[in-house]
Design a protein around this ligand. Structure first.
Ligand code: C5P
Length: 288
């Protein structure tokens, strides 16, 4: 994790890794901008400008000089405030869907620039797979390979605020380190993580997994230490807080191992629910 920037964001060096866990967003013609939410994780979510998908449609319309006329419906299954970038995935999907609905046909690079303005993780949701993220996360370099990992996600009962986790990290680092932290792009290059992802070898990847936000997330949500321990005790190759948490991601040997681990973790009560997901292939896609 690099220094805190003047714009309030942190310079990061990270590996993004897409999981096969989806929300479905549909876009239909309408007289104005409308948004509705349904699905297992939709309770209490905003259906106005407070929703990043709404702002994505607005931004695209303003950029292209067209009226923002679309009815968006999001079938929400990615846990909210879970450190899984689900809101970012919805925003990426809204960009793609509205681009198609309004017949704009913007080049991928232009959509990526708009995505970067919406949020730090939105550009990655457009490309998916695995990628090195730099800047505040919006500058991407794809990692070849990196598909076929078997993960278990342990979802918590409540959410964590990303800005609060970053603020706690800065509190723990202290003002001097916040200003002078090492170049995160160099740190990620030296970590061996990129090679481990590209190798497709879960044992190698397990030995390299690290998340600088994890200690801060555990301070704000101390039960996470127990969730991580429960995964390790039940045979996960490694466990890590995903993004700013509180979802924990455990690496399994293969699909069968992931199914067993998910069952055992759910039964343990160490989280709200655990389920297996495949990693490394998914991205925001237009289905029709
Ligand atoms: O870009 P996004 O809206 O997803 O970021 C949410 C918050 O997370 C930011 O307001 C900031 O507090 C924090 N953040 C950060 N550095 C990053 C990415 C996010 O400090 N690189």
């Amino acid at each position: 994790m690099g220094p805190l920037r003047a714009d309030g964001y942190h310079e990061i060096g990270t590996v993004f890794h897409a999981l096969e866990l989806y929300d479905e967003l549909s876009a239909a013609p309408a007289e104005s901008l409308l948004l509705s939410m349904r699905g297992s994780e939709s309770a209490g979510l905003p259906t106005d400008r407070g929703n990043l998908a709404w702002r994505a449609a607005e931004l695209l319309a303003a950029h292209a000089g067209v009226p923002a006329r679309v009815e968006l419906t999001i079938d929400k299954h990615i846990p909210v405030a879970g450190g899984l970038a689900g809101g970012s995935a919805d925003a990426a999907a809204a960009l793609l869907a509205c681009d198609r609905l309004w017949g704009l046909g913007l080049p991928a690079g232009e959509l990526a620039t708009l995505a970067g303005r919406l949020g730090s993780d939105v550009a990655f949701a457009l490309v998916g797979g695995s990628a090195i993220g730099a800047g505040r996360g919006e500058r991407l370099r794809p990692i070849e390979g990196g598909a076929g990992f078997s993960w278990v996600l342990a979802v918590a009962h409540d959410g964590l605020s990303t800005p609060a986790v970053y603020a706690e990290l800065d509190r723990q680092r202290g003002p001097e380190l916040v200003r002078t932290a090492a170049d995160p792009a160099a740190a990620i290059a030296a970590s061996g993580l990129v090679e481990a992802v590209a190798s497709g070898d879960p044992g190698l990847l397990a030995s390299r997994l690290v998340n600088d936000l994890q200690p801060a997330a555990i301070t704000l949500a101390p039960y996470l230490a127990g969730t991580l321990a429960a995964g390790r005790d039940r045979g996960a190759l490694a466990g890590i807080v995903s993004g700013s948490g509180p979802t924990c991601a455990f690496l399994a040997r293969d699909e069968q191992h992931a199914r067993e681990l998910a069952r055992s973790l759910t039964a343990s009560g160490a989280c709200r629910r655990a389920y297996p997901v495949a990693g490394g292939r998914a991205r925001a896609t237009v289905l029709a």
